[in-house]
Design a protein around this ligand. Structure first.
Ligand SMILES: [Zn+2]
Length: 61
């Protein structure tokens, strides 16, 4: 995976309710849904998901 720009775009899943959002991952590691500050359930904790297909199940470090 190449570093294009400073921000990675991907899908983020709310750890609380499981909703999926298009999101950005900042170099700081912060994951923020695009267009909002958090989930509609009120949570601001997200984990990145590897797109809809599950072919890559081990993120390189
Ligand atoms: Zn949620």
């Amino acid at each position: 995976m190449a570093n294009r720009d400073d921000v990675d775009r991907g899908l983020a899943e709310c750890v609380d309710c499981g909703s999926i959002y298009a999101a950005r991952e900042w170099p700081t590691g912060e994951i923020q849904p695009i267009g909002s500050d958090g989930c509609e359930c009120g949570s601001t904790d997200f984990v990145l998901v590897d797109d809809v297909d599950e072919e890559s199940n081990g993120a390189p470090t």
